[in-house]
Design a binder for this molecule. Structure first.
Ligand SMILES: N[C@@H]1[C@@H](O)[C@H](O)[C@@H](COP(=O)(O)O)O[C@@H]1O
Length: 251
């Protein structure tokens, strides 16, 4: 696990976008795993700038999203489908056949999980997976206690996760109870992982990731067993990380 400390959210977004653009430049048909939430928004804005300056060609990439709320119509304002259309697919002019999200509105969610896994396998797997970090250490919607060998599955969202995401809804009651998420092993099968962490809200989770044990009680800790993980974190998120731990992960 390699740590890249940056000053703030903007520097993180610029650096992350540069790394994604470099990957696509070196491999135009890259399969990218994409995240939602507040963390990657700046990265997507920077990718739009890179694209508008003609410095990257995204016409041959394939994308898979980590997760989607269940029991929500695709065009709901707070669905991840809507988030991705507005923040990534339209700005980068990606075609429908290039992009994939779990269908949280599917009648048979278990069948949808199987379909999603099959589709990922058909494309040869994910070359680079973008991740945010949940405050309780969740990655995607894999909550604490999720098996490290889990594949795409339906999850019951924990109250803390629903509360953390309620800021995007009019009320907590509107936040779905379930979601469809790539499993932890689906994520760790990616050939490269880019974990983005900024802000004071994530400092405890980042400290636990860097200094804690590998344990299913903290899903993100699985990343310490992966051979190609880069963590980009800003000063606020790194507040409590000791100089010794910084040296260990940046050396
Ligand atoms: N399902 C998403 C995750 O993919 C995201 O990484 C996490 C952090 O969100 P944010 O980036 O808004 O802090 O929360 C949500 O639960």
């Amino acid at each position: 696990m390699k740590l890249i400390p940056v000053t703030d959210r903007e520097a993180l977004s610029i650096r992350a976008a540069e790394m994604v653009a470099e990957k696509v430049q070196e491999q135009p048909d890259s399969v990218l795993g994409l995240a939602t939430g507040g963390t990657p928004e700046g990265t997507y804005q920077q990718l739009k700038k890179i694209y508008d300056h003609g410095e990257a060609d995204f016409s041959r990439i394939t994308t898979f999203n980590l997760d989607e709320y269940a029991g929500m119509p695709k065009d709901h304002p707070q669905s991840y489908h809507t988030y991705m259309q507005h923040k990534v697919f339209q700005p980068l002019q990606l075609k429908p056949e290039q992009v994939h999200l779990p269908d949280g509105s599917a009648a048979d969610l278990e069948q949808e999980c199987t379909r999603y896994e099959k589709r990922i396998a058909e494309t040869g797997g994910i070359d680079m997976q973008l991740l945010g970090l949940g405050e309780n250490g969740h990655i995607g919607f894999n909550e604490p206690g999720t098996s490290f060998s889990s594949r795409t599955h339906v999850v019951q969202l924990k109250p803390s996760t629903r509360e953390a995401n309620a800021r995007y809804f009019d009320s907590i009651e509107e936040v779905p109870q379930q979601a469809v998420t790539m499993g932890i092993e689906t994520i760790t099968d990616s050939r490269a992982i880019l974990l983005l962490v900024f802000g004071r809200r994530k400092k405890e989770a980042l400290l636990r990731l860097l200094e804690g044990e590998v344990d299913e009680g903290f899903p993100a800790s699985v990343l310490k067993k992966h051979s190609n993980v880069t963590v980009i974190a800003d000063e606020e998120a790194l507040t409590d990380v000791s100089a010794e731990v910084m040296r260990h992960f940046t050396g």
